[in-house]
Design a protein around this ligand. Structure first.
Ligand SMILES: C[S@@+](CC[C@H](N)C(=O)[O-])C[C@H]1O[C@@H](n2cnc3c(N)ncnc32)[C@H](O)[C@@H]1O
Length: 300
């Protein structure tokens, strides 16, 4: 199911968990019969690397879901993505930001998954952000030879890997809110949640507040099966109070992580990432720490 090399997916997102995947791989409990449920899939890097046989990947961002559904239907392939990126990359090389903004306008009108890929791989820092009217508004990420041959090959290899995963596994991609995804989770599921981080600046498709954090907690409790929540524990300036109140009955495994993306100086500092689980995880990496009683939520 899991392997040691961490594989990076074709769509990027701020808050991507690539660096924490090895720790998550050790701490999850997922066998051949488990249904992996990921209500906040984002880039999908976590589930794609766990590579479960059965999975539900959901998100409220319709464009992420549409992109993977298009691969699943064979409408996006590593072959036609190469043709598209070569053609569009050539226009970008001539017209530069003027062409980027032309594609951005086109995407905001027609929502073509190919344009979503193009924007995601040429915008500033691979961010996904929308304005209040729902328009994608990330500026151009200036770089000479933005779609160089090697870069296109890298993206197409990433798409090819997804194609392979979709062939051998039973995966579903659904655009829906986390409440619905968790309420539909069957008994033998493992629910991995990575919501926008409470109390930190976020710019995804939807915002996140205390009410949603509580709704998420209640949804996970009433689901009753095993779950893991990714959140932040503390940075130099403050701690995440919800870890010590709302989620205090969970086991906590922590790992230091450095975020590069963030407009504010305070968001660029090292953050201690926390994995909260309702079971005691078996974590082998020596410098990780697992604490907690898990009294109220413990399953085992
Ligand atoms: C922190 S990102 C997930 C990152 C992902 N684990 C990764 O490594 O790439 C949070 C995701 O939650 C989604 N989201 C925000 N509010 C949501 C909601 N109410 N229901 C479902 N998904 C939501 C966002 O669109 C975003 O893709």
């Amino acid at each position: 199911m899991s392997n040691s090399k961490i594989w990076v997916p074709p769509i990027k997102i701020q808050g991507i968990k690539t660096k924490i995947v090895p720790l998550i791989q050790q701490a999850v409990i997922c066998d051949e019969d488990t249904v992996w449920v990921e209500p906040f899939m984002g880039s999908g890097v976590v589930g794609f690397n766990i590579a479960p046989k059965h999975a539900v990947f959901a998100d409220t961002n319709p464009y992420l879901i549409a992109f993977y559904q298009a691969i699943q239907r064979g409408e996006i392939t590593s072959v036609n993505a190469r043709e598209f990126l070569e053609a569009e990359g050539a226009k970008l090389a001539v017209l530069d930001d003027e062409y980027y903004y032309e594609v951005r306008n086109r995407f905001n009108q027609y929502h073509d998954p190919f344009d979503f890929l193009f924007l995601n791989r040429s915008c500033f820092n691979g961010m996904i952000r929308f304005n209040k009217k729902g328009k994608f508004n990330v500026p151009y990420g200036h770089k000479p030879k933005r779609f160089a041959k090697a870069y296109i090959t890298k993206i197409c290899n990433q798409i090819e890997h997804v194609e392979m995963l979709l062939k051998v596994n039973n995966w579903h991609f659904i655009e829906q809110s986390f409440e619905k995804t968790i309420s539909e989770a069957v008994e033998n599921s493992f629910v991995y949640c990575d919501p926008p981080y409470i109390g930190r600046h976020v710019d995804y498709f939807d915002s996140w507040d205390e009410t949603q954090e509580k709704v998420l907690h209640d949804a996970l409790v009433s689901y009753g099966g095993r779950f893991m929540l990714s959140t932040w524990d503390h940075n130099t300036y403050r701690r995440n109070e919800y870890v010590y109140s709302l989620w205090s009955d969970c086991f906590k495994t922590t790992k230091e992580h450095f975020y590069h993306v963030g407009a504010k100086e305070t968001n660029r500092n090292a953050v201690l990432e926390a994995l909260l689980t309702n079971y005691e995880p078996k974590v082998l990496i020596p410098d990780e720490e697992t604490v907690g009683t898990g009294e109220q939520m413990k399953l085992l």
